[in-house]
Design a protein around this ligand. Structure first.
Ligand code: PLP
Length: 505
């Protein structure tokens, strides 16, 4: 590792990226390449002789950029944001530059201690109860993704319960989710060796804005108890992936606590908004939960990966996940005065993620971070108002944060001559919107094509969800470079494409 060569090449890469950001709007937001486009462009084997950075950067530009979907493009409105920032990028650069492997305290004391500090800072910003903070007997850890946080907490809950009821009853443990819970929990259950038939998917409805109802949860748990099963774990969500619905945390925790169920709050996307006092009510009652996680790499200006997980009882995690090989023994760990994060996560080795979060928190401060989030929410409100000005469109579910769920209405599509339901006899209501099966498929298909056209244009990128069998278009604001003009352009594009599609009908 030659420091001078690192300096020279490092400057070139920073310049490359700065130019990329300056010109980012020139690239189609969603990559337009066909599958396997790269195989034919690259040599069949790795180069035997070294190649200069100049040549590598040229090829990066020519061959790799076309195959990128530009998540930092201000016209990216798909999925959830992956909001970048100068502090986040540079923090990541420092992490990689130091390249320490902080599996336990002694392997890099600053990596562990900074993580302890920033997790308490961040928890304080969210107004988490003291019991989730190191200062109050709980604690926080930075993991890669929410999937990992779910698996770790599920494993902790599983082992805690099996200790009580006996290992042989693992097949009787039951996990509770709603039909809006992120699909990754299913994978976590599989990995944790739980019985797949014991995942209870509690239905939600538009009447309750797709949030999990405590009364329904109670009846499902009671039925399991009556059947001799062992209720284990509830995943409640603040900001569901499809529509950003928020489950009522307090009332759900009350039900879960009665049955000794571990409650994990998945606030992957929307948790970041809860640093603003006006959104903190979404976490009301969280003192009744056992764990909560959010992705700072979604809407907190910190690069992927950075999932923040807080637990009330770190020992439950440690008992499920710790290993103590002789080769890692040291006085600090033996003294029990330090945190060894290897026992709070799946892998042994870990990155110094706290550094980028520390950079973000210090570089922007709580006030600016709140303002960034508020500005995205204002832009989403602006888009929502635009949708409401055109009666061919409708908002499908109320907006909670910075995601707007909308579609072209059945009425707008039906007005056109070749909207012909397969047969015109009255049908039973097929979805929450009172539409029949034929309506649903025609309207869904129209909206699906609209999204395809938007994304094929390369001018904006939006994704969809299906709730209550209705196809909805989601516009998620959250890019660090996104401004009102990008939202307006997206709206004009959507309107123009809808115009031409309706003319063709
Ligand atoms: N939970 C929710 C609500 C999500 O929206 C997502 C991803 O978008 C996840 C969990 C999974 O997050 P990760 O990719 O960090 O595992």
């Amino acid at each position: 590792l030659d420091p001078e060569e690192f300096r020279r090449q490092g400057h070139m890469i920073v310049d490359f990226l700065a130019d990329y950001y300056q010109n980012i709007e020139q690239y189609p937001v969603r990559s337009q390449v066909e599958p396997n486009y790269l195989r034919d462009r690259l040599p069949k084997s790795a180069p035997y002789a070294p190649e200069p950075i100049e040549k590598i950067l040229q090829d990066l530009h020519k061959d790799i950029l076309p195959g990128l979907t530009h998540w930092q493009n201000p016209n990216f409105f798909a999925h959830f944001p992956s909001s970048g920032s100068v502090a986040g990028f540079l923090g990541e650069m420092l992490i990689t530059g130091f390249n320490v492997v902080g599996f336990n305290w002694i392997s890099s004391p600053a990596a562990t201690e900074l993580e302890n500090v920033v997790m308490d800072w961040f928890g304080g910003m969210l107004k988490l109860p003291g019991s989730f903070l190191f200062s109050g007997g709980g604690g926080g850890v930075l993991q890669g993704t929410t999937c990992e946080a779910m698996l770790c907490t599920l494993t902790a809950a599983r082992d805690r319960m099996l200790k009580k009821i006996g290992k042989e009853r693992i097949g009787e443990l039951v996990v509770y989710v709603s039909d809006q819970t992120h699909f990754s929990l299913q994978k976590a259950c599989q990995i944790a060796g739980l019985n797949r038939d014991n995942i209870r998917v509690v239905p939600t409805t538009i009447g309750f804005e797709f949030s999990l109802q405590p009364g329904l949860l109670r009846s499902v748990i009671e039925a399991d108890v009556a059947a001799g099963l062992a209720p284990l774990y509830l995943c409640a969500t603040v900001g569901t992936t499809s529509t950003t619905a928020a489950d009522p945390i307090g009332p759900l925790c009350e039900v879960a606590q009665e049955f000794g169920v571990w409650v994990h709050v998945d606030a992957a996307y929307a948790g970041s908004a809860c640093i603003c006092p006006e959104f903190q009510h979404f976490l009301e009652g969280v003192e009744g939960a056992n764990s909560i996680s959010l992705n700072a790499h979604k809407w907190f200006f910190t690069t992927l990966d950075c999932c923040c997980l807080w637990v009330k009882d770190p020992n439950a995690l440690i008992e499920a996940l710790s290993t103590n090989p002789e080769c890692l023994r040291n006085h600090a760990s033996d003294s029990k005065k330090v945190v060894d994060y290897k026992d709070w996560q799946i892998s042994l080795s870990r990155r110094f993620r706290a550094l980028k979060l520390w950079m973000v928190l210090r570089s922007y401060g709580v006030s600016n971070l709140r303002n960034f989030i508020r500005s995205h929410i204002k832009m989403a409100k602006h888009f929502e108002a635009l949708v409401n000005t055109d009666n061919r469109f409708e908002i499908v579910v109320p907006r909670n944060f910075a995601v707007v769920c909308f579609r072209v209405t059945p009425c707008a599509i039906k007005k056109h001559d070749n909207y012909v339901p397969a047969d015109s006899t009255p049908k039973k209501q097929d979805n929450y919107f009172g539409e029949t099966k034929d309506d649903v498929s025609v309207v869904n298909e129209f909206n699906r094509k609209l999204v395809d056209h938007i994304n094929e244009s390369g001018q904006a990128y939006l994704t969809h969800a299906v709730v209550g069998r209705v196809y909805i278009i989601r516009l998620a604001v959250g890019g660090s470079l996104t401004d009102y003009r990008h939202v307006d352009n997206a709206w004009n594009l959507i309107k123009d494409l809808t115009d031409s599609m309706l003319k063709l009908c």
